[in-house]
Write a protein that binds this ligand. Structure first.
Ligand SMILES: Cc1cc2nc3c(=O)[nH]c(=O)nc-3n(C[C@H](O)[C@H](O)[C@H](O)COP(=O)(O)O)c2cc1C
Length: 281
C-alpha cells in the first residue's frame, strides 16, 4: 500500500458533493492512447486503470474523452460522444469501483488545437485565430469562429457526455478547460476576441463553462463536477493566476465541486521535438 503511516492525511477520506473519496491520492487525466480506434474502451485501457485502482488510488480521472465528432485529439483517444461508448465505460467504471476507487472521466473539446486531418472539418474556436502550433504542423489546418448555434451544440455535447458518464457509473466528471483546448480558449483573452455575451470581461468569457456546469448540475445531482484550468498560460496576453480570483467563484456558484490546476497551452509547452509531430498532407 502507498501510505506507510508517515502521512496520515493521505489516507483520510474526502467528500466531493455526494461522492466520498477513500483517500487523497488522485491520478490526473492522462491520455495514454490505449482506446480502440473508435474511441471505446479496450482491454489494454481497462488493465491500465484497474491496475491503478489495485494500487490504492482514491480517485482515477481517465484521459480526456471527446464530447463531439469534431473534437478528437488523437486516433486512440477515448470518446464519449455517442451511446455506443457506454458499454465499455460501464465495464471500466465498474472495474475501478469494485477495487474501491472512485472513477472519474475528463471531457474534452479540442477546439482550435485539434488536427483538421483527424476531424475533417474546420476547427471550432471562440474566434478565428489559428493555434500557432497546430497551424504549423497540419497542412489542412483551418479554424472558424463559433456561431451561437455552435455554442449551444457544444454546450449540450458536454452535458450529454456528462449524462453518459453518470449513467455508466462515473463519480466525477471533469471539464477540460486547460492546456489551450476549447473551454480554455473561451476563458482566455488570448484566444477569445468575441464581442457577444461569450467574450469581453471575465464573466462573459467564463459563461460557456458555467452554463455547462449548471446544465450538468440540473440533470445529475449526485455526480461531483471538476474543472481543470491552466492557472498560467505563459503567453503574452494570456491568463495568469490573478485572473482566476474572478473566474473560480463563478464556477463555484454554478456548482463546481473540485478544481484541478495545471498550466500552459500548446504555444507555451516545450517544443524541442515538435517537427516529429508534423501531420502528413
Ligand atoms: C502523455 C500525456 C498525456 C496527457 N493527457 C492529459 C489529458 O488527457 N488531460 C489533461 O488534463 N492532462 C493531460 N496530461 C497532463 C497530465 O495530467 C499532467 O498534468 C502532466 O503530466 C504533469 O504532471 P505533473 O504535475 O505530475 O508534473 C497528459 C500528460 C502526458 C505526459
Amino acid at each position: 500500500m502507498i501510505n506507510n503511516g508517515k502521512y496520515p492525511s493521505l489516507s483520510s477520506k474526502q467528500t466531493l458533493n455526494h461522492i466520498t473519496l477513500p483517500n487523497r491520492i488522485v491520478f490526473p487525466p492522462l491520455n495514454v492512447n490505449y482506446a480502440n480506434t473508435d474511441g471505446t474502451v479496450s482491454d489494454k485501457l481497462m488493465k491500465f486503470y484497474t491496475d491503478l485502482a489495485d494500487g490504492g488510488c482514491g480517485l482515477i480521472i481517465t484521459g480526456a474523452a471527446a464530447v463531439s465528432y469534431d473534437s478528437i485529439a488523437s486516433d486512440r483517444g477515448m470518446r464519449i460522444d455517442h451511446d455506443g461508448c457506454v458499454p465499455g465505460l460501464k465495464r471500466l467504471f465498474s472495474g475501478i469501483s469494485r477495487r474501491g476507487s472512485i472513477p472519474g472521466i475528463q471531457l474534452i473539446h479540442c477546439g482550435r488545437q485539434a488536427a483538421n486531418s483527424a476531424t475533417g472539418y474546420d476547427l471550432l474556436a471562440p474566434s478565428a485565430i489559428p493555434c500557432p502550433v497546430m497551424s504549423r504542423l497540419d497542412p489542412a489546418y483551418g479554424v472558424r469562429e463559433m456561431t451561437p448555434d455552435d455554442i449551444r451544440m457544444v454546450r449540450s455535447d458536454f452535458i450529454d457526455a456528462a449524462l453518459r458518464a453518470a449513467d455508466s457509473g462515473a463519480g466525477v466528471v471533469e471539464m477540460h478547460a486547460a492546456h489551450g483546448y476549447l473551454l480554455n480558449e473561451f476563458l482566455s483573452p488570448y484566444s477569445n476576441h468575441r464581442s457577444d455575451g461569450y467574450g469581453g470581461d471575465a464573466y462573459n468569457r467564463a459563461r460557456l463553462v458555467t452554463e455547462i456546469i449548471e446544465g450538468i448540475r440540473d440533470d445529475i445531482s449526485r455526480i461531483a463536477i471538476s474543472v481543470r484550468v491552466s492557472g498560467d498560460e505563459f503567453v503574452d496576453g494570456g491568463l495568469t493566476p490573478p485572473d482566476f480570483e474572478e473566474i473560480i467563484p463563478l464556477f463555484e456558484d454554478a456548482g463546481m465541486d473540485m478544481l484541478n490546476v495545471s498550466a500552459g497551452v500548446y504555444e507555451s509547452f516545450h517544443h524541442d521535438r515538435l517537427e516529429r509531430c508534423r501531420i502528413s498532407a
